[in-house]
Each structure stands twice: as structure tokens, then as C-alpha cells.
Design a protein. Structure first.
Length: 196
């Protein structure tokens, strides 16, 4: 059961109570034709100037009802603005400024690459079977580059190096003794310079 209501009670959200079956048929029809008027408690006894009503679209509305409707419209308006991010506080960034393009002219020089493998310097010392050192290694590298010796240059004048010198001497019409003397070394120097 509801709490008793005082004489000035008005709640415009309350639904009117439907007529009960104990009411007569005449009263029931009269109940349906009654125009609903909403009145604030302070406006009830304030006389003729106390009822401020506004007619909107054929309906009479009190100032309280108009204020509630206006606040609802404002709330919806602000909700729409918030949905579009008006209140987000995020600052939009401007696109980066690109400097104007400069016309650049460049010149390309065509260079011819020279042989990066220097011609081995053998010196004038005669090299023979059993010798070791950097001059023997240079001799072996030259013979390898010309295709007379296979493998790697180890700086040891062994049997393979001696045979490679003899093959080179035969190709250059020199005495085939397997000793890298001044003539053989000079011919080897020229052959490596020409092949490089």
C-alpha cells in the first residue's frame, strides 16, 4: 500500500489511477474526458497569477515541465557533441610542413678501375729448391695467377714449385732448370703485368 499523500502532493510522473469496478458507468465516462492539468504545489493557492502555463503544440505545459524538456534537449545536444569528440581535448595536429624541393645537379665521373693486384716484386735474388720466405711466396702467387701452380702460396720452395717454374720456363723458351734466376724472374714479372 502506498504512503498517504498530502493535499499539496503532485507528482507528474504518476499515472492516474484507473477507475474501479465499483464506480458507476457515468463516472467512468467522465473520468476519461477530464483534461489533465499539472500544478506545482506552490502554485495551487497563489491565485490567478500563480499558474504560468505555456501552450506548445496544443498542449499546456507548466514552467517546470518546460524546464525539464529544455534540460533534456540540452543534455541530448551535449551528448551529440561529446560523441563527435568536441570535448575530448585532443588537439589535432597539422600536417608536417615539407620544405620546397631543390633542383640538384650532379656530375658523374666515369673512372676506369685499375688492377688492384700489384705486380709482385721478386727482387733479383735467385730462388731455388729449399728456399723459404716472402720472395718465394710472391713467386708462388705469380705462378698460381698464371695457371702454372695449383694450391696456395705457402712460402716454401718445394718440388711442386720447382715443377711449376720448369713449366713456365718451357712456355717462355728459357732454360728449364727449375731455378728462378734473373731471366726467369724478369719473364715472370712481365707475364704477370700483362695478365693483370
Amino acid at each position: 500500500m502506498e504512503a498517504p499523500r498530502g493535499p499539496g502532493y503532485d507528482d507528474w510522473f504518476d499515472e492516474p489511477e484507473p477507475p474501479t469496478e465499483t464506480q458507476s458507468g457515468a463516472n467512468r465516462g467522465a473520468y476519461e474526458d477530464v483534461e489533465e492539468v499539472w500544478v506545482l504545489p506552490e502554485e495551487e493557492g497563489s491565485g490567478s497569477g500563480g499558474h504560468r502555463e505555456i501552450v506548445i503544440a496544443g498542449r499546456r505545459l507548466t514552467m517546470t515541465q518546460v524546464a525539464i524538456i529544455a534540460l533534456s534537449v540540452l543534455a541530448i545536444f551535449f551528448a551529440i557533441l561529446a560523441a563527435f569528440g568536441v570535448f575530448s581535448g585532443a588537439k589535432t595536429t597539422a600536417p608536417p610542413v615539407t620544405p620546397p624541393l631543390k633542383h640538384v645537379t650532379s656530375t658523374v665521373q666515369n673512372t676506369t678501375q685499375t688492377n688492384t693486384n700489384p705486380t709482385p716484386q721478386f727482387g733479383t735474388q735467385t730462388l731455388k729448391f729449399g728456399d723459404t720466405g716472402p720472395q718465394v711466396k710472391a713467386l708462388q702467387q705469380a705462378l698460381i695467377s698464371l695457371g702454372f701452380l695449383s694450391g696456395t702460396a705457402d712460402g716454401d720452395y718445394g718440388q711442386a714449385t720447382q715443377l711449376a717454374v720448369q713449366k713456365f720456363q718451357a712456355a717462355k723458351n728459357l732454360g728449364q732448370d727449375g731455378i728462378a734466376g734473373p731471366q726467369t724472374l724478369q719473364a715472370l714479372q712481365q707475364a704477370t703485368a700483362a695478365s693483370g
